[in-house]
Structures are given as C-alpha cells and as structure tokens.
Ligand binder design. Structure first.
Ligand code: NAI
Length: 253
C-alpha cells in the first residue's frame, strides 16, 4: 500500500461531471474522498457509487463561495475522514453573455464560485497540509482563460485561477505542498450541454462541431481530466508545482 492510500482528498463540485470523475478516480487510487457540493442529493449518489465500487467517500454540503460554509465543511471532513491533504478546486458555474449584456450578478456569481471559492477552500485546507508537511492543491482553470467569446466573466475567473495557483505554489512549497492548475478544453458534461442549448444547437451536433476543431479528433471526457488530476496529486509529482497544464486534445482549443 502506498502512502497515498492513507490520504484524504476533497473534491469540490464533485457531485457530477469532471468533479465526480476525479472523486471516483482518487478513490480508486486509494484515497478517502470527500465530495463537497451545493447539490447534496447528487453528491450522495456519487459517494454511494464510489462506496459500491469499494472506495471510501463522504458527501458534505458546501457553498464554496461562503466562508462559514467552507469552514464547517472542511472541519467536518477532517473529523470524519481525516485531515485533508489533497484539495481539488473544481466547483464551477457559467453565466455566459456578451459584454454589453453581462449583468453585475453574472459577473459576481462567476467570480464568487471560481475565485472566492478556490481562495476560501485553499485557505481552509492548507492548515492541515502544513501540519502534515504534505499537500496537493489542484484547481480547474480552462482554455477559456485565453479568451472566449461570451465569457468575459468566466475567462477572467479562469485566468485568475492561474495567478492564484502560481502564488500558492510560491508560498506553500516549503511545506511540501504543490499547487497546479488544469486547463481543460471541451469536456462532455452538463456544463457544455447547457452551452449547446444556449447556442440553440443539439448537444450531438455541438460535440461534432467541436471535435472537428480538436487535433485528436474527439471531445474530452471527464475521465481525461481525472487521469491528470490523479497524477498531479500523487506522491511522485512533488517537483511539479505552479504549472498550468492544458488538457485540450491539442495545443489550443
Ligand atoms: P458541472 O456543471 O457538470 O458541475 C459543476 C459542479 O459544481 C456541480 O455539481 C455543481 O453543483 C457544483 N457547484 C456549483 N456551484 C457550487 C458552489 N457554489 N459550491 C459548491 N459546489 C458548486 O461542470 P463541469 O463541466 O464538470 O466543470 C467542472 C469544472 O471544470 C468547473 O470549474 C468548470 O469551469 C471547469 N471546466 C469545464 C470544462 C468543460 O468543458 N466542461 C472546460 C474547462 C473547465
């Protein structure tokens, strides 16, 4: 059994999509996994599936944008599963619109969940990582950080995640903690299904159109991102820190 098998991981937004795939993969790798999500029922379904596959997982309700909710949730993970030394900041939302139509609420919601959420979660979890002398923080950025029509708010948040990650890597490296960002391209989830709907396209057509632009000739799956997350949180990845790794089936979207 590796040291990894004694670790506790938190995956925010782990109830579905990319987060659920990361949670399942880390459980397969032998970590105890806390699935933190706004959607409690979906989080429970995800942890039940992990349990049925032989893993150890706990659903914990959280709103990552709320400091008190984050504090309570992280303390509960530490008490019930063990001190969290792996954190995946994955919870996310979109509120897409062209700039002239973008409301203050569209802006604030996206900033709160992605940026404030990553900040609050990382601040709460780093305490346990510093105590353990080991930590892995992985945050979800996006190819949209490079600019994407209709996503001024989301692009700004995902670019912000990259600066946040590099700074956390600088500050916490001496405690054995790494911080990295994964920037996926198009991944097939409810989030991209909703984008297709907003654009008035069937999801099947949208996926075909997008796959045609991707060098490897297919859209991404949540498992593609889970594979990379599994590497970044592993014991052996301790010399990889402050990086943004694009996982987009090619050098750009
Ligand atoms: P999704 O919409 O399928 O799942 C997001 C999860 O986050 C949901 O379970 C939701 O309940 C949870 N969540 C939302 N707000 C929350 C909050 N305030 N507190 C706690 N949980 C909350 O999304 P998907 O596609 O799985 O995306 C996961 C991450 O990957 C997001 O950060 C997204 O921006 C990022 N990403 C996704 C891409 C894609 O093509 N699907 C591409 C690049 C990045």
């Amino acid at each position: 059994m590796t040291t990894d098998a004694h670790r506790t991981a938190i995956v925010t937004g782990g109830a579905r999509g990319i987060g659920a795939a990361i949670a399942a993969r880390l459980a397969e790798d032998g970590l105890a996994v806390a699935v933190l999500d706004l959607d409690d029922a979906a989080a429970k379904a995800t942890t039940d599936a992990i349990g049925a596959a032989g893993g150890r997982a706990l659903p914990v309700p959280v709103n990552v944008a709320d400091a008190e909710s984050v504090r309570t949730a992280v303390e509960r993970v530490a008490a019930e599963l063990g001190p969290p030394t792996v954190l995946v900041n994955n919870a996310g939302v979109t509120r897409d619109n062209l700039l002239f139509r973008l409301t203050e609420d569209d802006w604030d919601t996206v900033m709160s969940v992605h940026l404030r959420g990553a900040f609050l979660m990382s601040r709460a979890a780093q305490k346990y990582m510093v105590e353990a002398g080991f930590g892995r923080i992985v945050s979800l950025s996006s190819t949209s950080a490079l600019g994407n029509r209709g996503q001024a708010n989301y692009a700004a948040a995902k670019a912000g995640i990259q600066g946040f990650t590099k700074t956390v890597a600088l500050e916490l490296g001496k405690f054995g903690i790494t911080a990295n960002a994964i920037a996926p391209g198009f991944i097939e989830t409810e989030m991209t299904r909703a984008t297709a709907q907003r654009l008035g396209l069937s999801f099947e057509q949208y996926k075909l159109d997008r796959a045609a632009e991707i060098p490897v000739g297919r859209v991404g799956q949540p498992a593609d991102i889970a594979h990379l997350a599994s590497f970044l949180v592993s014991e052996g990845a301790g010399f990889v820190s402050g990086q943004v790794i694009y996982a987009a089936g090619g050098p750009k979207t």
